[in-house]
Write a protein that binds this ligand. Structure first.
Ligand code: ATP
Ligand code: SF4
Ligand code: MG
Length: 343
């Protein structure tokens, strides 16, 4: 595999061939009779200060992969390396040290923030858990409130008194309290209205640039992911099917699934508008997936080989794609196989 998937010596995070399944059904004795493959042999890397966007439909395994990275779930197989240390099996003090370096922001600040706590206590909690003194906690909380665009006086209020956007700012302040180097952002703006989304995205960008943060930025909306990401990984039914520089992925999608996601993305420039490719049918069940390509049931380019052999990620320059269309070398799914008229 190339550096696009496996990372480099300078990566902050290297995830290699990580898989995770969950029990999908049990018999009367409680024995597992079927398993659901949520993440299958996923590899990715993130450099310091870099944002890797992770995009895909609901149920594609994005949050599971984010939770595996955070070690909120244990992997079935594969390896997670954070700043050069293998944390795949880390427990106790080792895991505690790793958690200090990476934090997570969830989609719904309503449920991730305790409504009965004052905002200053919510933000200071991680500092308290790591033994930071009260005086230092108070100073840090004030600084963090200002850093996320709130007032120091907001610390004396309850999170439930704030708007959705303000609550997400509180969640971001809490995530930054321990000065992590990596933040997993799991759909951090999906629950917000469009204008608030733009403000929170711009805050995340400026915090990243000021603090040198790296993000694993998860969303189902390719437009949002493209806006903030340096590189994009596209996930379908548990697998990463394409990964590469954000502009390249959005200008020349090589996987038919990426192409379909992209065709649904609004473009302000009429010259860039693509014919909408409708994805018919639902994503198949991740239980007992059939052999071959996972996208075969919805792919207009599916061939015999797609029903038999699961395509591997293959590198073409700095883009990797898992699709048999490229078995004989890189082609552009849209340009070479179907004619995509531009409006
Ligand atoms: N704890 C769990 N137990 C059983 N199945 C789970 C569990 N967590 C996730 N899954 C299943 O794993 C698959 C991937 O779920 P995941 O939440 O990672 O997808 P997602 O891409 O984040 O979706 P969404 O965009 O809706 O958040 C889904 O089929 C989901 O039902
Ligand atoms: S491998 Fe085949 S079915 Fe899968 S995306 Fe490529 S062309 Fe479509
Ligand atoms: Mg999710």
């Amino acid at each position: 595999m190339s550096e696009a998937a496996t990372g480099t010596a300078t990566s902050i995070l290297d995830v290699s061939d990580v898989s995770k399944s969950f029990p999908a059904s049990k018999d009367l004795l409680g024995r597992v009779t079927a398993r659901l493959q949520a993440v299958v042999q996923a590899s990715l890397s993130i450099a310091p200060g870099e944002t890797l966007g992770l995009v895909g439909e609901s149920g594609s395994g994005k949050s599971t992969l984010g939770r595996l990275v955070m070690r909120l779930l244990d992997v079935d197989a594969g390896r997670i390396v954070l700043e050069g240390s293998d944390i795949t099996e880390a427990r106790g003090s080792e895991l505690r040290a790793a958690r200090r370096k990476m934090q997570i922001v969830f989609q719904d600040p309503q449920s991730s923030l305790d409504p009965n706590w004052l905002v200053r206590d919510i933000i200071a909690e991680p500092l308290r858990a790591y033994g930071v003194t009260r005086a230092e906690r108070e100073a840090a909380t004030e600084r963090l409130l200002v850093d996320v665009g709130l007032e120091p006086t907001h610390g004396a209020r309850y999170a439930s008194e704030f708007s959705g956007g303000q609550r997400q700012r509180v969640a971001i302040a809490r995530a930054l309290a321990l000065e992590p180097n990596l933040v997993v952002c799991d759909e951090p703006v999906s629950a917000l209205d469009v204008s608030t989304q733009a403000q929170v995205l711009s805050l995340l960008e400026s915090l990243r640039d000021r603090r040198g943060l790296a993000y694993l930025f998860i969303a189902h909306d390719l437009a949002v992911v493209h806006h903030i990401s340096h590189r994009i990984a596209v996930m379908y039914l548990g697998r990463i099917v394409e990964v590469g520089p954000a502009d390249e992925i959005c200008r020349r999608p090589r996987h038919p699934y990426t192409e379909a996601l992209l065709s649904a993305m609004p473009s302000p420039n009429p010259a860039d508008r693509r014919q909408r490719i409708l994805l018919t049918g639902e994503m198949p069940s991740p239980v007992n997936t059939p052999p071959g390509c996972r996208f075969q049931t919805r792919c207009t380019h599916a061939m015999d080989r797609c029903r038999e052999i699961e395509p591997e990620l293959v590198a073409f320059g700095d883009v990797e794609v898992a699709c048999h269309l490229h078995d004989s070398g890189p082609i552009l799914a849209g340009a070479s196989v179907t004619v995509i008229p531009r409006k």
